[in-house]
Design a protein around this ligand. Sequence first.
Ligand SMILES: NC(=O)c1ccc[n+]([C@@H]2O[C@H](COP(=O)([O-])OP(=O)(O)OC[C@H]3O[C@@H](n4cnc5c(N)ncnc54)[C@H](O)[C@@H]3O)[C@@H](O)[C@H]2O)c1
Length: 369
Amino acid sequence: MEKKTGLHRKDIGLAIIGAGRIGTMRATLAASHAAVRCIGVADTDAAAANKLAEACGASIVGSDSLEVISNPAINTVIVATGEHQHVEPVLQALNQGKQVLVEKPIALKLADADKLIAAAAQSSGSLHVGYSRRFKRRYLTVKEQISRGRLGSVSGLSARIYNSRAQVFQMLKRDPHATPVVDSLTYFVDLLGWYVPDNPVIEVWARGKGGTIRKAGFDCDDVTYAVLTLADGALVNFSCSFALPDKYPSLGYCARIEVIGTEGVLMIDDDHLDQIMYTERGIPHIYVPDVTVNMAFLSSSAPGDWVGGDFWGPLASETRNWLDFVATGRPCALATPLEARNNLAITLAIEEAVASGNTVRLPETAAAR
Ligand SMILES: NC(=O)c1ccc[n+]([C@@H]2O[C@H](COP(=O)([O-])OP(=O)(O)OC[C@H]3O[C@@H](n4cnc5c(N)ncnc54)[C@H](O)[C@@H]3O)[C@@H](O)[C@H]2O)c1
């Protein structure tokens, strides 16, 4: 159950912790939200903090997250640091009763996720985790159809995601544990739990095949295939490869999802083959600095796109939904910390199954909302 905050028409003083790619998008979006009165920015890289502060009109800026979070004008915090740097600033903010949004994955270890869940339960603030796929319209509408029971009972789901290796190197350089499974397939694991919250994953079988990513010096497979069993026997098939050539036209995810129910079937084509651009002048990759492609699937960037200096797409809708929740108490569709922990447990189980060659059993705990 969503914890009630009792907030209504609250003014927001927002701290952005981590002035990288996603922090910059969130800050740009938040700066024009009607309830946001003041912005603070912290980054251990002082130059990055100053650059973003100037761009979004922040009045508080520094390289120490605790100092910025503790400023009395700040009541709300977005943590957009790298995956292994989420825990400390989230704890700092929750311990001071602030409302917190942290980027996925909640943490890289289950013990850290548990620490954050405990801190959120003790806090007068709140914690949500950004899984921005939920806010892409084609995935959002599926949630509605499945919750209305129009497919009957879900007996099978398959999801396949592809990306170019240009992006996987960015993720693995930031943190070698931020693999495509833990960092990216997690969005689709999240969708599964969101679509069928009362049917938890109980068993995971998976295999991986190394290749070009390993040759580049990272301990990560090119291809991972997994079969998951849910509590009622329904089956899920996940496949994931972020080893497509550097210049593959994906600027983010190319995906396909199919859901089979007892009363219907639903297919989502998210490969973006419907919007292709080719230019001799090169199109900059939204996430990977210095990479340009000649051909691009234009709407394939996961968070969305810059247009005319503003940011549009799933990350924009997600940021607005969360700021609206903080300001007015309206319902919030972001993941709860428990759901995020569940996603982490499943992705780690997939990696464990690949590494050990064994089937991994998970405790039968539904991700209570
Ligand atoms: N929702 C989406 O579409 C989406 C897309 C990409 C990444 N992400 C997630 O967003 C998060 C950030 O990714 P990114 O690509 O913006 O990373 P990034 O590397 O571009 O930026 C991270 C920033 O955090 C700063 N930092 C590190 N530790 C800090 C600390 N203790 N205090 C303050 N600043 C600190 C770094 O200096 C860096 O500027 C990750 O969790 C990632 O998985 C989400």
